[in-house]
Design a protein around this ligand. Sequence first.
Ligand code: B12
Ligand code: SF4
Length: 582
Amino acid sequence: MTDVLVCAIPVLDLQYPPSSPAVIKACLQRNGYTARTVDFNLELFEICKQYGADHTEVQNVMQSSTFDKDADTFVGSLFNQHKQILDKWLTHCIDYINTVNPRVVGVSIFSYYSHKSALALLHTIRKSCPQVKIMLGGRGLSSMPFGPSYKQFEKFFDHIEEAKDFGDMAQSVGLADYLIYNDGEQAVIDCMSNEAKITAGDIETLDLNKIPFVDYDDYKIQNYQWVNEPILAITGSKGCVRQCSFCDIPVLWPKYKWREGKHIASEMIYLKNKHGIKKFYLTDSLVNGSMKAFTDFITSVAQWNSAMQEKLSWVGQYITRPKQQIPQGYYQLLKDSGAEGLTIGIESGSDRVRDHMKKKFSTEDIYTELDNFQKHDISCVLLFFCSYPTETWQDYLDTVNMLINLQQYCASNTVYKITLGIPYTHHANTGLWNMQDEIGLDYDPKNEVMWLLKTNAELTLWERMRRRLISQEVCDVLHLPLSRNAEELQQMISTIHTDEEKLLEYFGTKLKDVLHTDRHNLTEHDQILMPYDVQDQLYAYMMSNKGQNTTQTMHTMSHVQTDNIGTDKKYYTQLRSMICET
Ligand code: B12
Ligand code: SF4
């Protein structure tokens, strides 16, 4: 008998194996328990392939907020489509659990996108394996059931309204024996020894240098949907040194904890020797939070790389720092350590907005960093989101300027991809939340998009979505490599679908007269949201030598399809019609 089987469940990306079960397994084994891992998310993908079902559609049903109250069974009520595939998946999960025969099944709830699949699986485990104890962990445990759509489900579940979060709801309806909140490395050991119903990991007492190396042995590592080459996830730090006003990371991890750079490098080398994989994803919210530990890390990997023929490389989330904080020789060291695809939260093209966010770097710092990346052939991914509460139209135009300026860095592949993001959503206990009364930010706690800054009242939800769609038009004209675009548009469409009446009540009527003739034939549409002055600016750039040459280069570039790069036309048109008055 195995003590614990730790499972990853849908919906997760399939680009690399999920690390949380592998971390928990390593911790359990270090403490004398027997443990196995399985990725039921990958198994769903393989079952879809075997039976010719569209995996993306099945995933969409799993993360959608539909509920069929007339269905015959509980699982049927969650999944009114693709029921047969889901039944096959559930049967497969139960067969697997029976083969391993664990005392405890640990289910990892990554985010609220996993709530539906978790409920179906937990319900089936209870029915088919009543002897097994159920333990839940993962960051999705502390989200409201079904995330922002939870209001839709209230009428179907007695326990949602009183539930503090998903974990609380699952336990109150008897679908979980043990809940492990926050970081699980020590908490899972505490729970195994005292069998407490609720255990919460404490970041204050967690020593990351003492955590065992992650154990990927049980996964079918070769079956993932790699982009270019296989990749494994490891964690170098938790939390963040910054306190950006909109971000919930400092709320989830009130303390920043990091591992020694050499220790991270030795985990990479250990995994490379074991699995032959040379590329790593650092799950840290910020890889360069501690400059000392980061320099230590890149120095150690650069040393290994200079001595070995097979080089290591890594990707991760990174912050731009003001240029005076960058030591001599830094970019060469970064390159030699194998850094690539560094993800940077630029958020906005406006210094004024970024100052309010407390991002602590300027537009000039961004261009300086990009020039250095370009010189040293380091690629990066830029993240934006529009409509921060204080964003004026002029601030928005600064973002349009930045998108135009970024074209040259995209053409050299320094900027490998860009996400435009969804408009700002308001979260409890963040910096902005704490200052909301002081700055006059009105907020309805039932919906994270229902906020309005009194001094910037024109930024209604309809206007926010207009700006997001204009950015998309601009990127489309410039051929910028947008990533996760369809998902973002779908999320915005679902926000309106879910609560349209309330949104109209809160924000007032939708937009009027916002469509303009595409007077320079910039796009394939006759009418676009881009106002004439922006159209003229873009046209002037496109007609310049620089614009023509760079656009020509962009035309010849191709991106890996599995990396989800491309602009979505269908959802663009749908969302555009949803924000305009008919
Ligand atoms: C990588 C990542 C992604 C990748 C996911 C890649 C993949 N394989 O699907 C991408 C970019 C696609 C992504 C998307 C999203 N993400 Co994300 N993501 C992260 C990130 C940066 C790292 C996660 C990670 O791997 N951590 C390392 C592992 C070891 O940690 P862990 O999973 O938290 O596991 C620990 C504990 O949770 C616990 N634990 C976990 N499982 C289990 C199981 C058991 C049995 C036990 C005992 C313990 C336990 O122990 C582990 C060790 O401490 C985190 C932020 C962060 N720095 O952690 C956000 C984070 C997890 N994401 C978050 C969110 C909200 C999302 C999205 C919903 C965003 C959106 N609106 O689209 C989507 C959802 C996608 C999905 N399919 O579910 C939130 C979750 C918050 C919440 N309460 O739900 C986080 C925390 C970021 C944030 N700002 O708040 N994400
Ligand atoms: S946005 Fe990035 S840098 Fe800012 S607090 Fe969040 S994780 Fe840290």
